[in-house]
Design a protein around this ligand. Structure first.
Ligand code: SF4
Length: 386
């Protein structure tokens, strides 16, 4: 019996990877699969254009690389080029040369907004990056938390915030902090990949020591980070060392309570080859976590832990909370020092542009929001989250 010919089906062709989602090795591998000659050399040129020179569009890649038309065509047969984010708004700082950048994410249909904040201080430019659109963790003092979780950003989308910041600031970024929208350790792989990409020789060459990842305390990920031995700094947002209070301010406490967090921090400190101490972040909110019982609990939490406590005065505009006065901050830190807790006060230099981190994103979301969609009230600089 002769069998009838099978009907022709059109094979599904997987989409090409986007160049910015690949590091040097990934670019080389993708180019090897295409018709390009000397893929290593081509990958190096492309990585330098994307990551060192911050080329965003195809034309910019062409201008920043010594590729002729033919080689550029070979590149485009292996990877996609073009921006992953659209810059929706740039709000310059009145206090310094910094700015707040609000993006929409093309992959998400341009609907979700994320922010990066560039903070200029003398010759330094610190960039605060977002790792997620929105955040699931719902810290009650944070506008991003009120937005709820929208999406994880890819490594490429995180790194592209850097390219836009350099372009708009016209200045090299010296420091990077993952303290923007989202909890970085809940988007672990993308954040770690992005952090490494920012250090690469063919890229922005930011020192590992100048990259800070801040977490509210995802204990299993902190332990994973310690085991894997990454070279970036990890900061821990405590905000209260009294479990009931912390649970009220930061619902993550119910999932990873303070004793578990403390153990994970210990593990992290022990895993470090240098800088064997922990940086704890403590957002001070009058009437919430600045009383004598809060000082005593923080003293207890830090006992035997090599650490420094960064006291961060709350700078929010959420009605429920107010920023502390200088006097309140100084009384609080004096009480901590009196019981041998090492303290530093960190005022957010990004205050003038970032005092409402999440706020501009919320504006954008609100503009096209479906009914019932939560819109955030004015928020805070997520510096507070870490
Ligand atoms: S402070 Fe950080 S972890 Fe908490 S809700 Fe805001 S972005 Fe999320």
């Amino acid at each position: 019996m002769s069998s009838a010919p099978l009907p022709q089906t059109s094979a599904t062709v997987p989409p090409l990877p986007h160049a910015r989602e690949l590091d040097l090795e990934g670019l080389e591998e993708a180019l090897r699969r295409g018709p390009a000659r000397r893929p290593r050399e081509l990958a190096l040129s492309l990585a330098a254009a994307l990551y060192r020179h911050g080329a965003l569009t195809r034309d910019e890649v062409a201008a920043k690389t010594p590729l002729g038309r033919e080689r550029l065509a070979a590149v485009e047969s292996a990877v996609r080029l073009g921006p992953l984010l659209e810059l929706e708004r740039r709000v310059p700082s009145q206090a310094d040369g910094g700015a707040r950048l609000v993006f929409s994410v093309s992959r998400l249909g341009g609907k979700e907004a994320v922010e990066a904040v560039a903070i200029a201080r003398r010759d330094d430019l610190t960039l605060c990056l977002s790792s997620q659109a929105g955040c699931a963790l719902g810290c009650v003092f944070c506008a991003t938390g009120l937005l709820g979780f929208r999406a994880n950003l890819t490594a490429g989308e995180i790194v592209e915030q850097h390219a836009w910041a350099v372009r708009t600031a016209g200045h090299r970024v010296t420091d990077v902090v993952f303290m923007g929208m989202g909890e970085p350790l809940l988007n672990y792989d993308a954040v770690i990949a992005a952090a490494y990409r920012l250090t690469r020789a063919e890229g922005p060459q930011i020192s590992c020591r100048k990259i800070v990842i801040s977490t509210v305390g995802i204990a299993p990920r902190i332990r994973q980070y310690a085991r894997e031995g990454h070279p970036f700094q990890l900061f821990f947002s405590i905000t209260s060392a009294i479990p009931e209070k912390r649970a009220r301010l930061m619902p993550i406490e119910a999932r990873y309570p303070l004793p578990e967090l403390r153990e994970a921090i210990d593990e992290f400190v022990r895993s470090r080859r240098r800088n064997r101490y922990a940086t704890l972040q403590y957002v001070t909110i009058p009437g919430e976590n600045m009383g004598p019982e809060d000082v005593a609990a923080l003293g207890e939490f830090t006992r035997g832990l090599k650490c420094i406590v960064n006291v961060i005065p709350y700078n929010a505009v959420i009605d429920r909370f107010r920023p502390p006065t200088w006097r309140e901050v100084s009384d609080f830190t004096r009480s901590l020092r009196a019981i041998q807790v090492p303290v530093k006060v960190r005022y957010s230099s990004g205050k003038s542009v970032a005092a409402g981190c999440g706020q501009l994103a919320a504006d954008l979301i609100a503009a096209g929001a479906p009914s019932g969609h939560m819109t955030a009230p004015p928020g805070i600089f997520s510096d507070l989250h870490g």
